[in-house]
Design a protein around this ligand. Structure first.
Ligand code: T4K
Length: 409
């Protein structure tokens, strides 16, 4: 067997490609996997780099899994992780999932959402995809120019007799206008499901932002501030809803012989749950490091004309999950020119979220996908650049990134 590693790009991003080639009587087979190992090219600065607990601390947990052979289906680590998360986040009930997308799809199923759902055009595609997977028609409404979250002032005009719910996103972890959204939901008898994939550990003056609406959906993907490799969760207010969601994520089983709904397999494994438990020990230190990075960027970028650092509104404890800047006309380069110039300098920011969801072919034909109806989202999609931010990012690297942006102006 031979192993070789090559540096390549994937979706325009630097990755290392590991090639494993086996030899022998069996015809040669190539296994291809993609990793993000730093050793291949130490100088590349990626938009994020997942944090992990010390390997030695995780090993005893792995040993437990190896010994007890409970690999999935609500094992002991799963139970402990659910309890620990509820207590850390300040929420009543949580249902763990294999990833955030399955959690979104299941949240819509759990509340039996049909017809039309009002949502934001400015998000990762998974938000709208979850609607399509449920046969629901997304209705895009423009965003607020300060928070880049769904603009409550524009929602009422989009409500029709078919509207059943609102699906906003706490974009970059910056809270939506939760009170205004709840008022609209109550007035029109709509369900309110938050895509809170970016909003882990965000609190406003009253506590966790995850306690608003009917349900909130989290992602624990590798690129998120809190990761379980892959993972996700639904935060729900009562035991009855939790039971229904737990059934739906387990094929609809309520016991060995009874299936009450066409459920899916959305379960989180013991491996992911054990890792999550371990990550919880360190999450406060991860967020604190991100806070320092956020502050450093703001200091270093403050004087650059045409660069605006986005800020949340109403967070008592932010999570600093992204560092989005707006590249305004007063800056000498366009957002895309800056993006490419930085890439040439081995700095890899990301254009979250470009293109806009309504620009993708499966959404383009919808009446609400007309880009002239979504001017704020369009502008954000053409101006925002998310700069690298992760706990291990050294302050001198932030200074280097900021200096590049200043030099290019
Ligand atoms: N709702 C919202 C609002 C979301 O943002 C997301 C996910 C979801 C729902 C769905 O939740 P999940 O089903 O994913 O749990 C990434 C993530 O794949 C995606 O989870 C995330 N949002 C989205 C905003 O970003 P990409 O296309 O940027 O991923 P990728 O592979 O290019 O990674 C970005 C950078 O991170 C790379 O430059 C390298 C680094 N990286 C990535 C991975 C996966 C690593 O260093 N190690 C890794 O293992 O989508």
């Amino acid at each position: 067997m031979s192993v070789s590693m090559k540096y390549k790009t994937f979706n325009g991003n630097p990755v290392s490609v590991i090639r494993v080639q086996s030899e022998g009587v069996i015809p040669m087979k190539q296994h291809r996997s993609i990793s993000y190992t730093d050793s291949v090219n130490e100088e590349e600065i990626l938009v994020t780099k997942p944090v992990l607990p010390p390997f030695s601390e995780f090993l005893p947990m792995l040993e437990t899994i190896w010994n007890n052979r409970q690999l999935t289906n609500a094992g002991p680590f799963h139970q402990q992780f659910e309890e620990a998360l509820c207590s850390y986040l300040g929420v009543e009930h949580i249902c763990l999932f294999a990833n955030g997308t399955l959690a979104l799809v299941t949240a819509l199923q759990a509340l039996r959402i049909t017809g039309e759902v009002i949502t934001t055009p400015y998000s990762f595609v998974a938000t709208s995809h979850a609607l399509l997977w449920n046969g629901i028609k997304p209705v895009f409404v423009d965003i607020d120019q300060h928070t880049l979250n769904l603009d409550p002032g524009k929602i009422e005009a989009a409500i029709t007799p078919q509207t059943t719910a609102i699906l906003p996103v706490h974009c970059y972890g910056h809270p939506c206008d939760v009170d205004a959204l709840q008022t609209i939901a109550d007035t029109y008898n709509l369900r309110l499901i938050y895509d809170a994939a970016h909003a882990f550990a965000v609190n406003n003056a009253h506590g966790s932002i995850l306690n608003y609406g009917d349900l909130s959906v989290l992602s624990f993907h590798a690129t998120k501030i809190f990761n379980t490799f892959e993972g996700g969760a639904i935060v729900c207010p009562d035991r009855k809803t939790k039971n229904r969601i737990d059934q739906l994520k387990n094929f609809g089983f309520v016991n060995e012989t009874t299936v009450v709904a066409p459920g899916i397999n959305g379960k989180m494994s013991e491996f992911n749950a054990a890792l999550g438990l371990m990550q919880l020990k360190y999450i406060d230190s991860y967020i604190e490091k991100r806070r320092t990075i956020d502050q450093r960027y703001r200091q270093r970028l403050a004087a650059i004309q045409g660069i605006t650092c986005l800020k949340g509104v109403g967070e008592r404890t932010p999570n600093y999950s992204y560092f989005p800047i707006l590249v305004e006309e007063a800056y000498s380069l366009s957002r895309d020119e800056l993006y490419h110039q930085l890439k040439n300098r081995k700095i890899h920011p990301r254009r979250y979220f470009y293109p806009l969801i309504p620009e993708f072919s499966m959404y383009r034909g919808l009446p609400s996908a007309r880009l002239d109806l979504l001017p704020v989202a369009m502008e954000a999609s053409r101006k925002v650049l998310c700069l690298p931010i992760y706990p291990d990012l050294e302050l001198d690297v932030i200074d280097r990134i900021s200096a590049c942006i200043a030099d290019l102006s």
